[in-house]
Design a protein around this ligand. Structure first.
Ligand code: ZN
Ligand code: ZN
Length: 329
C-alpha cells in the first residue's frame, strides 16, 4: 500500500470566526488546512483554525521527541487568513523552523504585512520576538517550490529554468501557485503534488460565467479540490431577505465551485470559506443541493480528514474519507 497524502481541515469559516451553538457542526474558526505528505507538514493559511493545529503539532513534537518543521502557504493576507498566526504556539518555540510563503507582488510584502499586523500597539510582541526560526519566501506564479530533504528542505525554482527539476523527485513535494484576480487584491491558489497525488486549494475566489477556465486548467486532474463556496445562490444574486447581493465580492457559490471541479475533472470537491452568518442548517442545505450536481462533494467542517490514495475507508461524518470510494457521509 502506498503512503497516502493526508488533508485535515482546522478552519473552514470565511471572513471572521463565529463561536456559538449554531456552528457546532461545521465549526466557526477561519481558514486553515493541514497537509501531511511523507515527512512534510504543509499548512494552508493561518486563520484561527491554526491555533488548534499548533497545539496538536506541539503534542506530536513532544511525543515523537523531534522539533517542528513546517511550510506555511498564505493564499493572501486578508485578516481571516492571518489572524491565528500570533497564537500559533510552535512559532514561539526556538527549535521550530518555519518556511512562510506568500505573494511576491510587492517587495517583502509577506514579512512586512505580518510585521505590521503583529507588533505593538496591535499586538504586544513582534514577529522577531516569536522565538522560532522563520524564513520568508515571496512567490510568483512562475515559481515551483520543492519541499524535502533531497533539496535541503526548500528549493524555489522558476518554471522551465535551465537547471531543470531536482534529480529524484520521488520523495519531494511540489507546490505550484496560480495568481488569481478573482478576489480583491488578488490571491494565490496552490497545487500540491506528491507521488502522483494532487490537491488544489482555491479559497477566496469568485467564479466567472461559464467557469474560471484558467483555474480549471490549473486544477486539472486533482484528486481533491478545495474551493470557496461562501454564498448560497440566492444570497449571491440578492434574493435572500436581509442580505445584500455579493457579486464582485470575491467569493463563489457551490455551483461555481462545481463548474470548476467538473471542468478540471477533479475527483472530489470540498467546499470551504463558509459565510459566517450561516448557521449549520443553511450550510447543510447548500451541501445537499450541491450533491445533486456533483455527488463526490461535501461542505468542509473542522476535523474533516481526507486521505488521498489510501485503501482504508472512514464510515462517518467525523471519520477520514477515502477518495477511491463513493461519499459515505
Ligand atoms: Zn477569506
Ligand atoms: Zn480574502
Amino acid at each position: 500500500m502506498t503512503e497516502p497524502m493526508r488533508v485535515k481541515f482546522w478552519g473552514v469559516r470565511g471572513s471572521h470566526p463565529v463561536p456559538g451553538g449554531g456552528t457546532l457542526l461545521y465549526g466557526g474558526n477561519t481558514s486553515c488546512v493541514e497537509v501531511q505528505a511523507g515527512s512534510q507538514t504543509i499548512i494552508l493559511d493561518a486563520g484561527t483554525g491554526i491555533i488548534g493545529l499548533g497545539r496538536e503539532m506541539l503534542r506530536r513534537s513532544f511525543a515523537e521527541k523531534r522539533p517542528i518543521e513546517a511550510s506555511l502557504f498564505f493564499s493572501h493576507l486578508h485578516h481571516d487568513h492571518t489572524q491565528g498566526f500570533p497564537f500559533f504556539t510552535p512559532a514561539f518555540v526556538p527549535s521550530t523552523r518555519l518556511h512562510l510563503f506568500g505573494t511576491a507582488i510587492l517587495e517583502r510584502a509577506l514579512e512586512d504585512v505580518l510585521n505590521s499586523n503583529f507588533s505593538p500597539p496591535s499586538f504586544p510582541i513582534t514577529l522577531q520576538e516569536m522565538g522560532s526560526a522563520k524564513t520568508f519566501h515571496g512567490l510568483r506564479d512562475t515559481n515551483v517550490v520543492w519541499l524535502g530533504q533531497a533539496v535541503g528542505g526548500v528549493r524555489v525554482d522558476e518554471v522551465g529554468q535551465a537547471s531543470g527539476a531536482p534529480a529524484n523527485t520521488e520523495d519531494l513535494v511540489q507546490v505550484r501557485c496560480l495568481r488569481s484576480y478573482a478576489h480583491p487584491g488578488g490571491v494565490l491558489i496552490y497545487r500540491i503534488e506528491w507521488r502522483g497525488k494532487v490537491l488544489v486549494y482555491a479559497t477566496d475566489t469568485e467564479g466567472y460565467v461559464g467557469t474560471d477556465h484558467r483555474l480549471a486548467k490549473f486544477a486539472q486532474g486533482a484528486d481533491l479540490l478545495i474551493h470557496d463556496a461562501q454564498y448560497a445562490d440566492e444570497h449571491y444574486n440578492g434574493c435572500m431577505v436581509g442580505f445584500p447581493a455579493t457579486q464582485g465580492w470575491g467569493h463563489s457559490t457551490a455551483a461555481m465551485a462545481i463548474e470548476v471541479a467538473q471542468s478540471a475533472g477533479a475527483k472530489r470537491l470540498v467546499l470551504t470559506h463558509h459565510e459566517p452568518q450561516y448557521e449549520d442548517e443553511t450550510i447543510q442545505a447548500i451541501e445537499r443541493r450541491a450533491r445533486d450536481c456533483f455527488p463526490n462533494l461535501q461542505a468542509g467542517f473542522e476535523g474533516l480528514e481526507v486521505i488521498i490514495g489510501a485503501e482504508q475507508v472512514g464510515q462517518s461524518h467525523l471519520q477520514p474519507i477515502c477518495l477511491d470510494t463513493p461519499a459515505l457521509v
